[in-house]
Ligand binder design. Structure first.
Ligand SMILES: [Zn+2]
Length: 320
C-alpha cells in the first residue's frame, strides 16, 4: 500500500505521521527538536528521524510515496526555500528544500504550515467538498490558507494566504511583521495581550505577571476562567477580538465569496467566547448575499490537519 509521511516542524517539537492515501493516520510520533548550528545539520537529523519513524511503523510491502513538511514562516513553493524562518535559529534565505532533497531518499515537498493545514482541511476536514474556502488558524498569530476552485491558491511566489496580516486598521496597532493594524494584532494570543496592555484599570496579578513574563499563551485560559466565575468585564477583551475577526472575515467574504470559512488553531476551542459575535460583525462588513452564503465553522481535526495535509501535499505533488 501507498503511504506518505506528513511532518510538522514547530519551534520546539517535530510532529510526524504515517498517512494512507485516503487520509487515515496510521501512526504518529512527536519528538523534541534539538538545537542545531547549521541548516545542514538539521537536514541530516530530520532525514534520519523521519526514516527511522517510517521503518518502525510501515507494514511489510509498504511503498513510501514521499514526505511533506509544513514549517512556520515564509516558504517558497515548490523549491522549499525558507526566508528568515521565525522558529528556527537561522537567518536569511535558507535553501532547506534543496538540503533535504540531498539527504532524503524519497520525493520531498515543503510549504508553510498553515498552507499545509489548509490542504488537510480540504481533504479530510470541514473544507472537504468545498470548491472555495478560507482557512484561519487562530493561535499566537493567525495562519491562513485559501482554496479556490478546489485548488490551494499559493500566489506568484507561493506565499499567498497571509490572512493574519490583513490590514483592518491602517492606523492601528504595530505588528511584528513591521506593518500596522494587521488582523493578528487583535484576533490572536498576541492580540489579546495587546488589548490587555491598553486597558486603563489595574490588572489582576496573574494577568500582569503573564504579560510581563511573556507567558501570553496563558492569557486566554485565565480570561475564560474569570468570565466563568462571573467577572463579565473580561468579555470586553474577547469582544474586541471578535469585532476585529468579524471585520477581517467580512473583507474575506467580499474578496473571495467563499462557501466556508474554517476556524482552527489553539484558540478555536474557545470559540464560544468570540465566534457568535464575530459572525454577526462579519455580516456588517460584507455584502449580504455572499455573507449569508458563507458558512463559518470550527475545525474538528484538532492538531492533525498539519500532518495529514503535509502527507497529501506529497501524494498530490505537482497537482496542488
Ligand atoms: Zn502584520
Amino acid at each position: 500500500m501507498d503511504y506518505a509521511i506528513g511532518c510538522d516542524v514547530g519551534g520546539s517539537f517535530v510532529k510526524m505521521g504515517l498517512v494512507e492515501r485516503d487520509g487515515t493516520l496510521k501512526a504518529r510520533h512527536t519528538t523534541p527538536l534539538p538545537r542545531f548550528d547549521t541548516p545542514e545539520q538539521l537536514a541530516v537529523w530530520l532525514t534520519d528521524t523521519l526514516m527511522e519513524f517510517y521503518k518502525k511503523n510501515a507494514p511489510d510491502g509498504a511503498v513510501l510515496h514521499g514526505v511533506g513538511i509544513g514549517i512556520p514562516g515564509p516558504v517558497r513553493f515548490p523549491d522549499g526555500t525558507l526566508f528568515d524562518p521565525p522558529n528556527l535559529p537561522f537567518e536569511g534565505e535558507i535553501p532547506f528544500g534543496d538540503l533535504l532533497r540531498s539527504t532524503f531518499p524519497h520525493p520531498l515537498f515543503i510549504d508553510n504550515d498553515a498552507t499545509v493545514q489548509t490542504l488537510g482541511e480540504a481533504r479530510v476536514g470541514k473544507g472537504k467538498g468545498a470548491q472555495n474556502f478560507i482557512y484561519m488558524a487562530l493561535g499566537t498569530g493567525i495562519g491562513g490558507g485559501i482554496v479556490m476552485n478546489g485548488q490551494l491558491y499559493r500566489g506568484t511566489l507561493g506565499m499567498a494566504g497571509e490572512i493574519g496580516h490583513l490590514t483592518i486598521d491602517y492606523r492601528g496597532r504595530k505588528c511584528l511583521c513591521g506593518s500596522r493594524g494587521c488582523l493578528e494584532t487583535y484576533a490572536s494570543i498576541n492580540g489579546i495581550a495587546n488589548t490587555l496592555k491598553e486597558i486603563d484599570r489595574p490588572l489582576p496579578e496573574e494577568i500582569r505577571e503573564s504579560l510581563e513574563n511573556g507567558q501570553w499563551s496563558r492569557l486566554p485560559g485565565i480570561l475564560k476562567e474569570r468570565i466563568d466565575r462571573g467577572e463579565t468585564e473580561w468579555q470586553e477583551v474577547w469582544d474586541i477580538f471578535a469585532d476585529a475577526l468579524g471585520a477581517g472575515m467580512g473583507t474575506l467574504i467580499n474578496l473571495f465569496n467563499p462557501e466556508k470559512i474554517v476556524i482552527s488553531g489553539g484558540l478555536s476551542h474557545l470559540s464560544a467566547l468570540f465566534l457568535p459575535r464575530a459572525i454577526k460583525t462579519s455580516r456588517r462588513y460584507a455584502f449580504t448575499r455572499p455573507a449569508v452564503a458563507c458558512e463559518i465553522v470550527v475545525s474538528d481535526l484538532k492538531d492533525t490537519a498539519g500532518i495529514i495535509g503535509a502527507a497529501f501535499m506529497a501524494f498530490e505533488s505537482g497537482q496542488t
